[in-house]
Every structure is written in C-alpha cells, then in structure tokens.
Design a protein around this ligand. Structure first.
Ligand SMILES: Nc1ncnc2c1ncn2[C@@H]1O[C@H](COP(=O)(O)OP(=O)(O)OP(=O)(O)O)[C@@H](O)[C@H]1O
Ligand SMILES: C[C@@](O)(CCO)CC(=O)[O-]
Length: 472
C-alpha cells in the first residue's frame, strides 16, 4: 500500500459523517456536478461484444458526481463513493506519474484509447491495494474496481499540478443489475475530469451540432477506458448510450476503430416492466462465460450470436419503418416475439439464471407479455413488454407475485437525456437562499435514498430543472 494513502472508511450512515473538516477554504473553482443515465439493452446484449448489433435506450435512473475543488495548498484527491463503501484519499504528489516517462507517450485527452496500458495498471496497483480495507471479498472488489476506474482516468487526464479535489458520487441505479451502473459512473468521471482540465466546451444553446458531437465523443471515449478497468472487455454500448442518452443502434466490429452508433430518433415509449431479481452478478464474469463457450463451440456459438444480430436488425427495421405504430397490436406482438426469441438465445448462451426464468414463467402464466433478460444476465434485471389492453388488475396481481418472490420493480422511463452538467452546483429548489440552493457535499451525502437524492439534485423528469445543461 502507498504509505501516504489515507483510507478513511465509510462507517455508518452518511448522515453521521462530520464533513465540516473537508470544507474547502478559498477553492480554486466552483463546486459542480455531472450526471449520466443508466440504460436498458432492448436487443443484442452479449452478441454486441462479438461485433453484432444491439439496441439500447437510456433510463431515468442516473448517477450524480459532485466535484469540490480544494484550496491550492491541499494537494490531495479524495473519492467518496458511499454506494460501494469507498472513501479514499491519495496525495497527488505520491501518485505514479513517473510511469509516463517510461511510456512512449502519455495519452492526450483527444486520443482514442482502446486498451489499458499494462505499465500504468501495474504502477497503479499499490495505490489500489490499500483501498477499502474495511471491506472483504466481493464488496472489496466492487469498491476497488470503482477506485481503479477513477484513478486510471485521473492519471491519464490530469497532471501532478492538478488541483486537489473531492469527488463524491451517488447513484439511483442498482449496482450490477444490468442497468449500466458502471457505465454511468464512468461517464460521470470522464466528464468531470475533462471539465476540470478545461477541454469541454459548452453545453450551450446554439452550440453547433459538430461541436456538441465532439464533446460527447471525448467524454464517451474516456468513459470506455473507465469501463475497461471495470469490465475487462466492454463493447462500449453502455457508455455510448449513457453519454448520448435517448436510444442507439450500436455495433463495434473492429475494436481499434470507433464503434458505429446510430441514434434512434423517436424511439417508442414501449410499455415495459423492469424487474430486478436482486441476484448479484458481475458483467465481466458473464461476458467471460460467452467467450469460453465460443472457444469451446465456435460454430454453434457464432450461429447463435448471428441469430441475435438478426433479431436486433429485424426490430430495428420495424421501429424505424414509416408505418411503425407502437399502439398497434400487431407491431407490439412482433416486438414481443423478438423479445422471446432473443431471451431464448441468451438462455442457450448460458447467461440466464433461475430467478430470471422465474420472472419469465410468472409473466407467461399471466399471459400478459413477453420477457427477456437485459444487460449481462446471470441475475440482474429482466424486461417485460406488455401486451396491448392488459387488465390493470392482472398487472397488479403479477406485481404481487414478483414482490412475494423477493423481486423489485424499478419505475423508470426510456430515452431521456445523456450526460449533463450543473455548473456551478446551484439549484433553485424553491428555497429562500439568495441565487438558489448551493449543493455542497454534506447536503449531497445526507439525502437518504433515491427519492431524496432526486428531489435534491435530480435532473428532473416531468419538471426538468433548467440549471442542468446537456450536450444535445
Ligand atoms: N453507485 C456506484 N458507486 C460506485 N461504483 C459503482 C456504482 N455503481 C456501479 N459501480 C461500479 O460498477 C461496477 C458494476 O458494474 P457491472 O458492469 O458489473 O454492473 P452494471 O454496470 O450495473 O451492469 P451491466 O454492465 O450489465 O449493465 C461495480 O463493481 C462498481 O465498481
Ligand atoms: C453483456 C453486455 O453486452 C452488456 C452489458 O450491459 C456487455 C457489453 O456490451 O459490454
């Protein structure tokens, strides 16, 4: 462990924490916040890792990262990610900047990085080993992988002269449930660090489309690098939809080139139920399972992945056709059939879970829709596309059965905004504070649960908060 690292440990509820000692004196920049959404993969998970197409849409559950710049004399960076029990401080001067003298060249913020640098990963390791000593097993791994992703991006994008800062992250997304929690965190980290090194312009009204696109691509590229630290082998679909929001058709055939991602304008507001098995799993493990299957049965696995590609492209053709009408029974049934087929193919790839099958069975018995797993599977979430004209009581009955089985329903909407910024971190929030309510770390950490967090800083669904700005 790096002797100068200071593992602080998160003990108890954030409300108990005395954060006053952290309050910066004469900060060098205003406190600001960034936010990015999670996603559902509607079609094509796993196949997308192997160069096939996927359709994904952003959801209204999001991560929020508050950046507090310290005074000039405070030469530390602190990550406070209470959702994963992470609270750690590094001295900026002790970080392994020396590794860049060995590397051919330090990556520049506009470079395209498609793999992790093994020298940097190795040099970082002693600074990660001491993170979250109060946790053990899987919990420690989760906490350390979030720290790795942050530190890799910090070292790549910042410099030894970076201002001391505190990065506080909270999310309304369930972690490791297939809803892109890691991607939304990585998009937040990328956007915050790029903002701090002053290489993001806007967002502002009338910003030309190409300029907006450039900023989003910059954020997306580094978010992908963060995902590399967590996942091992991400396709990039999650960070792309988290950065850009709305819905995309995504394909990455050649990992050394940028992916092909096409926005899906007017993505339909499909009548979906989003059910969480609450069975924990890791995306990296599920992705590795498919890779192992492909190695063992290359022909069969490739044919299965090709079939998933056909399903995705068939759904895409329907959704983008002129005659598509989401209120048409025939169209919904067509998409429903594709849900069922896509799920069956994922089952044969070995990435379902008995609890996901239980959700599917309950929906099938009720005969009110079509179900598929979403995200990496192995647990996590399933989505059910509801049939037209389903009786409300039948849905309530099903919801009771989900609850009795220990599953959780997430209420969310599809296709919202991508990465956004609140600069400075001040919201009107209906308070008497002159100029609005300043969001400081204490208030941010004290918000209990997703609802309070949404109320305090949420991007806002129905009553959009005008202070949040988006590149769009
Ligand atoms: N709220 C959070 N705070 C800090 N780190 C987080 C948070 N949410 C996710 N992470 C990081 O992301 C990892 C979870 O990523 P994983 O890919 O396994 O799940 P996911 O992104 O939710 O699912 P999927 O990739 O299937 O959509 C955690 O191990 C942690 O490192
Ligand atoms: C399983 C996967 O296809 C989706 C995870 O949300 C992995 C990826 O695309 O990186």
């Amino acid at each position: 462990m790096n002797g100068n690292s200071r593992p602080n440990g998160v003990n108890g509820h954030p409300k108990d924490r005395n954060l006053m000692s952290r309050k910066p004196s004469s900060p060098m920049a205003p406190t600001f916040m960034v936010s990015a959404p999670g996603k559902v993969i509607v079609f094509g998970e796993h196949a997308v890792v192997h160069g096939k197409a996927a359709i994904a849409a952003s959801i209204s559950l999001r991560s929020y990262l508050l950046v507090t710049t310290l005074s000039k004399s405070q030469r530390t960076i602190t990550v406070v990610f209470p959702d994963v029990g992470l609270d750690h401080t590094w001295n900026i001067d002790d970080l392994p900047w020396h590794v860049f003298t060995k590397l051919a060249q330090k990556p520049r913020y506009y470079d395209m990085v498609t793999s992790l640098d093994p020298d940097l990963v190795q040099a970082m390791q002693p600074h990660i080993d001491g993170v979250s000593p109060h946790l053990t097993g899987e919990k420690r791994k989760i906490s350390q992988s979030a720290a790795s992703s942050f530190l890799y991006l910090f070292l790549s994008l910042s410099s030894p002269t970076a201002p001391g800062s505190i990065y506080t992250l909270r999310s309304t997304l369930p972690i490791g449930a297939g809803l892109g929690s890691s991607a939304s965190v990585c998009v937040c980290i990328s956007a915050a660090l790029l903002k701090q090194i002053h290489v993001l312009s806007g967002p502002h009204q009338d910003q030309p489309e190409e300029e907006v696109d450039l900023q989003l691509e910059r954020i997306n590229k580094w978010a992908f690098v963060g995902e590399l630290c967590i996942h091992g082998n991400p396709s990039g679909v999650d960070n792309t939809v988290s950065t850009r929001g709305r819905a995309v058709l995504f394909k990455r055939e050649d990992y050394s080139k940028p992916p092909n991602s096409r926005p899906l304008k007017d993505f339909p507001e499909l009548p979906l139920l989003l059910i969480n098995t609450k069975q924990p799993r890791s995306t990296a493990t599920e992705v590795a399972k498919v890779a192992a299957l492909k190695k063992k049965y290359p022909g069969v696995t490739e044919a299965t992945l090709d079939s998933i590609d056909e399903v995705t492209m068939s759904a895409h053709a329907l959704i983008t056709s002129e005659n598509f009408d989401p209120s048409s029974e025939e169209n919904i049934e067509y998409l429903g059939d594709l849900f069922r087929i896509n799920h069956g193919l994922l089952v044969s790839l070995g990435v379902s879970h008995p609890k996901l099958e239980h959700i599917r069975e309950l929906v099938d018995y009720a005969d009110i829709g079509w179900t598929k797993l979403t995200g990496a599977g192995g647990g996590g979430c399933a989505i059910t596309l509801l049939k037209r004209h389903v009786d409300d009581e039948a849905i309530r009955e099903l919801q009771r059965k989900f609850e009795a089985a220990g599953f959780e329903e997430h209420k969310t909407t599809l296709g919202g905004s991508g990465v956004g910024i609140l600069y400075p971190a001040v919201l009107r929030n209906g308070t008497d504070e002159e100029g609005g309510e300043e969001i400081d770390q204490k208030k941010f950490l004290n918000a209990t649960g997703p609802e309070e967090l949404e109320t305090l800083v949420g991007v806002g669904l129905l009553d959009r908060r005008p202070e949040w700005k988006f590149w769009q």
